[in-house]
Design a protein around this ligand. Structure first.
Ligand code: GN1
Ligand code: MG
Length: 341
């Protein structure tokens, strides 16, 4: 860590690097160093280059979007990427890992676990403001940092392939879940139709709109920043709203063995917060299909967890042998609970 820190800063003393957050993909630390007698904190992160295969594209998107946001009427803070001593934003260690540093927003916290209606409302407003500030940005100029990220047709193909090859020999004992996935296919087909027909406008989408990606002020308890711009890509806002419903509205986490209950007060808070910021520019088809976006995101996440389970746990970090299967079941139960909402 000391070596990595020294690629970014000249410092007198390396104090510590404490892991923070609970992301499934990257590794994040609060790095404390001493510069000219003063303690300085930054956010240091190892970018998972097995997931983000073009790290330069991730940094370029982040810089473009951060610059655009700072030139808009956008009342939130931006966790700016900081360059290394050689001027480059990405620095490699000897093992070939990619590291970057962001300014640390002091006196802030990222919500964890099940959040209440106020947090949901504040976060939805922040994600809505983010979308609004970027609605005149040319979305097509951004790189696809994970090609086909929300291309559910493509994810469906990947699922069928792994189901056929069955590399971990798990398909036989996963029949009930596989059947449910086939039963929800019409949701994916409807989204695919809306995208292909051009009914849904191409937008800058954040693509990871969970509670943990909004920072809150410890004193005021208000949202102060939207973070984690790695998956900001051209896409649709239905997935951003949908992923909020997926992550905020259940009464338990996606890792819980119990079946989630959909909390309608949270759902209302999300709609209110998001629409306050976006209503003026959303198209009719976006407004009408927000809840389809939610069903799509929950279904797609179930598909992704199930695919990873069948593949032998190659993508998501797992903490127990059946973690991916538990997550897939959880998401399928959530989708069931959403029916008719
Ligand atoms: C991953 O690492 P984290 O928690 O931000 C994943 C999301 C999933 C999420 C499910 C790049 O996000 O798409 O919704 O796990 N990110 C990537 O927990 O695949
Ligand atoms: Mg993320």
């Amino acid at each position: 860590m000391t070596n990595i820190a020294s690629l970014f800063f000249r410092f007198d003393r390396f104090l510590d690097a404490t892991p923070i957050g609970n992301g499934n993909i990257n590794d994040t630390y609060r790095l404390n160093i001493e510069v000219a007698g003063e303690q300085k904190s930054v956010l240091l992160q190892r970018l998972n280059h097995l997931v983000f295969k073009q790290p330069d594209d991730v940094m370029e998107n982040t810089l473009q979007v951060s610059r655009h946001l700072s030139a808009q009427d956008y009342s939130y803070q931006i966790a700016e990427p900081l360059p290394g001593l050689d001027g480059f934003f990405l620095q490699n260690d000897l093992a070939g890992n990619f590291w970057r540093v962001f300014s640390f927003l002091e006196n802030s916290f990222a919500p964890e676990g099940t959040t209440d209606a106020f947090i949901a409302y504040e976060a939805a407003r922040a994600y809505g403001a983010f979308a609004r500030a970027l609605h005149n940005f040319p979305a097509e100029t951004l790189a696809e940092t994970i090609p086909g990220f929300h291309d559910t047709d493509r994810r469906w193909e990947a699922f069928l392939k792994v189901l056929k090859e069955d590399p971990a020999k798990r398909a036989k004992n996963t029949q009930p879940e596989i059947e449910v996935i086939f039963a929800i296919k019409p949701i994916f087909d409807k989204i695919s139709y809306l995208k292909k027909s051009g009914e849904l406008p191409l937008r800058v989408a954040h693509n990871d709109t969970k509670a943990g990606n909004v920072l809150f002020d410890r004193s005021t308890q208000k949202a102060i920043a939207v973070i984690d711009l790695d998956t900001v890509m051209p896409g649709t806002l239905l997935s951003d709203f949908g992923d909020m419903v997926r992550t905020f509205a259940p009464d338990c986490s996606e890792d819980a063995i119990s079946s989630p209950v959909l909390r309608t007060d949270i759902l209302d808070a999300l709609k209110r917060g998001f629409l306050e910021e976006t209503e003026r520019f959303l198209s009719k088809s976006e407004r009408e299909n927000l809840m389809l976006g939610a069903a799509w995101m929950v279904g797609e996440q179930a598909l992704r967890f199930l695919t990873d389970w069948l593949a032998g746990d190659v993508y998501y970090k797992i903490n127990s042998p059946e973690h991916n299967l538990v997550r897939a079941r959880n998401q399928l139960a959530l989708l069931g609970a959403m029916n008719g909402k």
